[in-house]
Ligand binder design. Sequence first.
Ligand code: PEP
Ligand code: MG
Length: 584
Amino acid sequence: MGTTMPDRRRIIKGIAVSSGIVVGRTHLVLPGDISVAEVVVPANEVPREIAALKKAVDDTVGDLRRLRSSAGKNASGPVTKIFDALLLIADDQDFVGKVVDEISTRRRNAGFVYNAMVQQVTDPLKTSKDQYMRQMAGEVDAVARRVLSHLSGFGQVSKLKFPSNTVLVGKSFAPGETLGYRNRKAAGLVVGEGGRNSHMALIARSVMMPVVVVDENWAQIPHDCPIIIDGTAGCVIVHPSDNDIADYQSKSKKVGLALATRIKSLTRIPPCTSDGVDITVMANLELPGPADDILSSQRIPVGLYRTEFLYLESDQFPDEDQQYEQYLQIAEKFEDTTVILRTFDLGADKVRTGDFVPHEDNPALGWRGIRMMLEMDAVFRTQIRAMLRASVHKNLRILLPMISDLTEVDKARKMITQVMAELRQSKKPFDPDIQVGVMIEVPAAALMADQLAPKVDFFSIGTNDLTQYTMSVDRNSTRALDLYNPLHPAVLTLMKITIDAAHLHKIPVSICGEIAGDPAALPLFIGMGVREFSMGPAKIFDICRLVNRIDSREALSMTNSIMAGLSTASVKRKLESFAAALEK
Ligand code: PEP
Ligand code: MG
């Protein structure tokens, strides 16, 4: 009998994406990869396999029809065409017939045969030089994934909770999946791909789920083995020693005071600078979460409510009443203050696997945010109706994402006015003075801020996307990280244009990208005249405390000197010396 070698302890250095420590066991997830085990089926079970395949195809067709109708009968050309194309693929009875024949002759499980036959069709397309063919392969795969998920009863399995301290390991996780896994009690993630500014990362931070990104090393981590992840240091230990375990268990106990206790201890909200300037510190929220009660009891406004997660969490657009209830609930919870509801900002990395969104080579530059909603006007109208109906407490505001052209604002406002008229006619109450603002997150919008300002009630600067689009660096990328810098002079210049336009037209301007919660950057933006900041709840305590120590006049003179001689190095140097002076 041979002796077994102890499993080798291995430390992997990665990128710290969401802080916190987990000491637990791994669970491998292969999102996006379609692989189905081959099972030999006895002759008497062949009819059952065939029936299961037909049902899965029917269920998929049903899903797509439902998505099409929830996207609206009035949806304009491109949307209808997308659904029609997906339905044609799903409901190709010729192909289904061939799969059925193959199941009967080869006596293999339906999922395996269906998947193998789909791949025979898509494999040559995937390597085609023709972009249209590659796109077609993506669409067929998306449909196949839905069929296979129905076949494997994925819907039921996906509700199962993970054992405590489970660390999911995979190549990449979409933001909706991250939230779904958190709901299933996954404790942390080790991921191959995804930058600190990806939506996956900011969702993980907002639900306080530790995440480390480790490039291709993720593929070396075994399933169901002991692991420690440290999302603060960006470090993973596979097969940790007993000492590691003891060490990290005690470290994790010490990790700061609980968020709720810290926010509760704040005595002055809004905080004010040492020279008496009030600064509004607000929360970015995705869905109802554990911190909501404490935030509302401290009268902390919601500066950005990312409603798209209502869709990403399920698999269809919630109907008007479901949305109305959600929005009313949040409006009532934060009744003493304000809540900014952003309309669905879907597209790019905010889509579900197998979604209706067509393949695009550069989805972040494509069908996203307001562009999608103006085409899916029934979905947009439903959302606006729900938001307006929930506005009876007069504390809701509407925020439009990804604006890049003045006409988009005109069209959206026209829709809002029409919905108001409908509500009036049906005697449904709403806030007729509800404020409508826009995200400034595309350079075009920043450059047009002076023309946009008279059309809206407020600006919210989304530095996550503004940085991505200004610097031409994908926010999800783990490469070119030095260039993804919200404090790059080019980004600062666009922010300054926006802030100055807001001041000129006397409308409020806030920052709601991740940089809003960065203590080092706070004096710079206070110096630029920003008085409202919205950030993940975990940042609120530190930022409120810091505000009290900043003198806005000193911040202004530092900002002036930064803006007078803009260079990446001097921005960093001047902010560091400002911070050092605060410490004295
Ligand atoms: C942003 O782009 O800065 C922003 C706040 O929006 P999101 O991160 O949801 O794209
Ligand atoms: Mg954005």
